[in-house]
Design a protein around this ligand. Structure first.
Ligand code: HPA
Length: 255
């Protein structure tokens, strides 16, 4: 396997291609949990060695509930990366979560169902079940590393938010979003679970960089799909600058 990458980036909707990423090679990986969404792409981002994985596949054909999250995280772990930044398009629920913003959530609520949630799923009774501590689902070190990058790049950023993870692939109803807001959700997306929990089980330092592509159902004036592409483009341009600034400093030491 090529030299160890320092960081893995999981690309989401609109981010299957990372501008600035210089790809050097691809590797097909098979895992005990099946195949990941796409080959791992090895290369450099702003001079730093990374490995990149397109969560929805190279042709964006996998819906959020079809993604083999276990194979994806397993592949990243076996590539040797210890830190993961997950890019994810989300809808904005609370008033500060304007389309085009970049959000670094610190909490999540899981509304998904029927997804393989754990690696503690082998032959029953063989390996002891591990109940990982998930009090704070995102790694504070990587979160702060991203936030410091945004600060250095002088970009607006939202440093705390709760990510409500829905099943999709349909978008939510107006009342579902009202309920999620009452629950304390600031943003809504479809992929942070089980991704974050599986990363924790593997001991990977995982944080999410959420790109607000639209107001969530019932929160905006324009139809959701009218604003999506433009806002995603704006958030992606900001994310690129954040990563560029963040990558000028070393990733945090793991405890
Ligand atoms: N809801 C759920 N997932 C999303 C949304 C949304 O409004 N926008 C982007 N991903």
């Amino acid at each position: 396997m090529p030299g160890k990458p320092i960081l893995a980036i999981i690309g989401g909707t609109g981010t299957s291609e990372m501008e600035g990423f210089v790809e050097e090679r691809r590797t097909e990986i098979s895992t005990p949990w099946g195949s990941p969404s796409a080959p791992l792409r090895w290369g450099h981002l702003f001079g730093t060695r990374i490995v990149f994985l397109a969560r929805h596949g190279d042709r964006h054909a996998l819906a959020p509930h079809q993604v083999n999250y276990r194979a994806n995280l397993w592949a990243i772990d076996s590539a040797g990366a210890r830190s993961v930044v997950a890019l994810a398009a989300v809808g904005g629920i609370t008033s500060a979560m304007e389309p085009g913003s970049v959000v670094v959530p610190d909490q999540l609520i899981d509304y998904t169902y029927g997804r393989a949630q754990t690696f503690s799923d082998g032959e029953g009774g063989k390996d002891p079940v591990r109940h990982v501590d998930f009090t704070d689902p995102y790694d504070e070190g990587i979160r702060n590393w991203l936030i410091a990058g945004a600060r250095r790049a002088d970009l607006p950023r939202i440093e705390r938010a709760t990510y409500g993870v829905t099943q999709g692939p349909r978008l939510e109803t107006r009342q579902e979003i009202r309920r999620m807001e009452q629950d304390g959700c600031d943003i809504v997306g479809m992929t942070s679970m089980p991704e974050a929990a599986l990363a924790r089980e593997l001991g990977l330092s995982y944080a999410c960089c959420a790109l607000v592509s639209n107001w969530a159902a019932g929160k905006g004036i324009r139809p959701i799909h009218d604003e999506l592409e433009e806002s995603l483009r704006q958030a992606l341009a900001r994310t690129r600058l954040i990563l560029e600034a963040a990558l000028t400093t070393p990733l945090p030491e793991r405890p």
